[in-house]
Design a protein around this ligand. Structure first.
Ligand SMILES: *Cc1c(COP(=O)(O)O)cnc(C)c1O
Ligand code: SF4
Length: 447
């Protein structure tokens, strides 16, 4: 039976209108100016649900959900921060601020992991816009209308899409070329619709991408995944939005047509799973026959303790979500603020996994989504007096690299694969020569 739930209004807050938030009234003018300064560079958007139901305003600034969506002073290098503050204080013209902000943005490594350069596929020697194909079985699609989110995460790795740097944007306006590409690639079994957040689209828009895949010519597509943060940022999407029934009907249809529908729910903290409305949204999605899999990056100041992960995985399993990935924070945006040394990431993962039952141990991590593939830290051990990281690929540009353990010198400071060096006096990691070849010949010259 449907509960009677009054839909709240989805109201967005950003640097121009945060003054109107009652919760912000206790901030000093200077603190608000600081938020606005950071928001000139990194995208800032939060909303009425996050503000009213997720953030604990008695625990500011430490509340993890506050840190998840509200800009913090230390997210920018201090010279950059001071420069923007000075410009705002002088009421500098908008163009001047934008130019300075763009310069700072370019230094924040907007496209890590070779996303733009190496993963864009070709169809009849022309680029297929809004599509990435890195691993053989799975194709990613970025629908144009889904390139925004119900709120923005301060650690977002897709942030250039939100700040109006148009030439950095990759999205598809029409799904036709994407379908042609899939028809020519029978090896693809999975389609992952991503963004931004595709659940910001109307059900009818989403259907334009999903429904064609249910036709007989796409029999090779077995799984449709939709990546979304909406369960955390706007669970009303599945309960009271005007097209909720149409959306859930679309999910049911995918399942009825014999495909697996996986909603890849992004959760950063168990607090996002605590509200009755989020739990109701999960129930409704599950009742369509879709499954929810949960993933999140490990980020300092937000979820960098074993307790948070243990509790989050337990709650996910109890509510019917399958824990899937724990990511290492990517090398972009406010990375200095959020990053965690790899050894610490592994300690947190290992500390949390030992406290949960096997049903939560479906989760893989900590994983770096890097240029050669998804590299997981399997452990830290001493072999013949040498302390090493044990690594392996969960996904790789060359499928045969998967599941072959390899070793890197232990480095207490390293926060990413690129900082690691091979152990045992090896010159290169086993995949490196082949990777160079793939990047220069197969992909690079064809563009
Ligand atoms: C993670 C990822 C996938 C999906 O990999 P799975 O192991 O199937 O979850 C596909 N493409 C890209 C570019 C990815 O980063
Ligand atoms: S939900 Fe994902 S794409 Fe959207 S702001 Fe957060 S990290 Fe970025």
């Amino acid at each position: 039976m449907r509960q009677c739930i009054h839909p709240p209004k989805l109201k967005f807050y950003h640097d121009k209108n945060i003054y109107s938030l009652p919760q912000i009234q206790k901030f000093s003018k200077r603190e608000i100016l600081e938020m606005q300064a950071v928001a000139q560079v990194l995208p800032f958007r939060t909303n009425s649900y996050v503000v009213e139901q997720l953030i604990d305003w008695d625990n500011i600034p430490n509340d993890p959900i506050f840190r998840l969506t509200f800009p913090q002073k230390d997210m920018l290098p201090s010279e950059d921060f001071n420069q923007i503050v000075a410009l705002l204080e002088q009421n500098a013209p908008k163009e001047v601020i934008t130019e300075v902000a763009n310069n700072i943005r370019r230094r924040l490594n907007p496209h890590p992991g070779g996303q733009q350069k190496y993963n864009v596929p070709l169809l009849n020697s022309e680029v297929v816009p809004g599509v990435q194909h890195k691993y053989r079985e799975t194709v990613l699609i970025f629908p144009t209308a889904g390139q925004t989110c119900h709120a923005y995460c301060t650690f977002c790795f897709r942030w250039p899409q939100f700040v109006g740097m148009d030439d950095w944007k990759f999205a598809t306006r029409e799904s036709g070329r994407f379908q042609d590409y899939l028809k020519q690639h029978q090896e693809v079994t999975d389609v992952l619709i991503t963004g931004g957040d595709p659940m910001t689209m109307k059900a009818s828009q989403l259907a334009l991408y999903v429904e064609p895949l249910l036709e007989p010519e796409f029999e090779h597509i077995q799984t449709i995944r939709i990546g979304t943060k909406s369960l955390a940022y706007w669970p009303y999407r599945y309960i009271t939005d005007p097209d909720t029934d149409e959306l859930l009907g679309l999910f049911e249809k995918v399942v009825r047509m014999g495909k697996h529908l996986a909603i890849m729910g992004h959760f950063s903290h168990w607090k996002e799973l605590e509200t009755p409305i989020a739990q109701e949204a999960i129930r409704r999605i599950c009742s369509t026959g879709a499954q929810i899999r949960a993933q999140s990056p490990l980020v300092r100041h937000i979820n960098d303790t074993t307790e948070v992960w243990t509790r989050m995985w337990q709650m996910q399993v109890r509510l019917g979500c399958i824990p899937y990935y724990m990511f290492v924070e990517r090398q972009t945006g406010a990375k200095n603020y959020f990053e965690i040394p790899l050894f610490r990431a592994w300690e947190i993962f290992q500390g949390a996994i030992q406290k949960v039952s096997g049903l939560s141990r479906t989760v893989r991590g900590p994983v770096m989504s890097a240029l050669p593939g998804k590299v997981v830290i399997d452990g830290i051990v001493k072999i013949n007096q040498e302390k090493v990281f044990v690594l392996s690929f969960l996904q790789a540009r060359e499928s045969d690299w998967c599941k072959r353990p390899f070793f890197a010198k232990y480095d207490a400071e390293a926060t990413w694969l690129t900082a690691l060096r091979p152990a045992f006096e090896e010159k290169k990691f086993f995949y490196e020569s082949q990777l160079e070849e793939i990047l220069t010949t197969k992909l690079f010259s064809s563009q």
